[in-house]
Design a protein around this ligand. Structure first.
Ligand SMILES: C[S@@+](CC[C@H](N)C(=O)[O-])C[C@H]1O[C@@H](n2cnc3c(N)ncnc32)[C@H](O)[C@@H]1O
Length: 207
């Protein structure tokens, strides 16, 4: 079996497991009546991108020869596996970061099972800490963690952007993400392109 096929098999298994996400989400929201919602409230929930989004990310990586990828929000690694399928073709690699250690360890197991562990560095902890000393060019930044951190993470990593950098913003239709996108669109530097009916915004640098 090729590595691409191994990733496909792992993704099929993970999406099957993720089909109970909505029930787990309901449980987390019910519990939030008694305590405030934290990332740990979703420690068992995938909250993953859709297969269509994953396929789109793969295409974006291949068509633009993207090699250096940073991902904020690993969860159990579904989106990272699509990124890995892309960089298998371009010879790139991925740094991904996850706050909840148990999720990060499960993601690492999934990357090993899919045969792409060597392409992925998983940094466990708060993205504002784990990515703060990153001083390498970024071809693609995937923002898919907690939305209030999109702006500080974007600003922290902005010095590493170059003229062909893409920033893929998931959950662009959420209120906190809209605040982030408004702030970004105030600068003439960036071009914002909605995708998937506005669920995603792809940011690129104006030429
Ligand atoms: C929407 S899920 C990511 C889904 C994943 N990208 C996928 O498509 O499979 C968001 C993840 O971000 C993580 N997260 C939240 N705040 C974080 C932080 N400050 N640093 C790193 N990860 C964080 C959460 O624990 C959660 O697992």
């Amino acid at each position: 079996m090729s590595t691409q096929q191994q990733v496909e098999v792992t993704l099929t298994h993970l999406y099957k497991d993720a089909r109970f996400d909505h029930l787990k989400m309901l449980k987390s929201f019910a519990q939030s009546v008694f305590k405030s919602i934290q990332p740990s409230s979703f420690k068992d929930v995938y909250l993953s991108i859709s297969k269509e989004q994953g396929e789109g990310l793969k295409r974006l990586i291949k068509e633009n020869g993207i090699r250096n990828i940073i991902e904020f929000g690993t969860s159990f690694g579904i989106s990272t596996l699509f990124l890995a399928q892309g960089v298998l073709e371009t010879g790139g690699n991925i740094i991904t970061t996850e706050l909840i250690a148990s999720k990060a360890h499960k993601a690492i197991e999934n990357f090993k099972r899919a045969g792409v562990n060597h392409l992925i560095e998983v940094r466990i902890g708060d993205a504002l800490e784990t990515l703060k000393n990153h001083h390498e060019p970024i071809d693609l930044l995937l923002l898919d963690g907690w939305k209030d951190l999109y702006l500080p993470i974007f600003q922290m990593l902005e010095p590493n952007f170059h003229e062909s950098t893409f920033v893929y913003v998931d959950n662009a239709d959420m209120a906190e993400t809209k605040v982030f996108l408004r702030a970004i669109s105030q600068s003439n530097k960036y071009h914002l392109q909605p995708k998937f009916g506005g669920k995603v915004v792809l940011i690129s640098i104006r030429k």
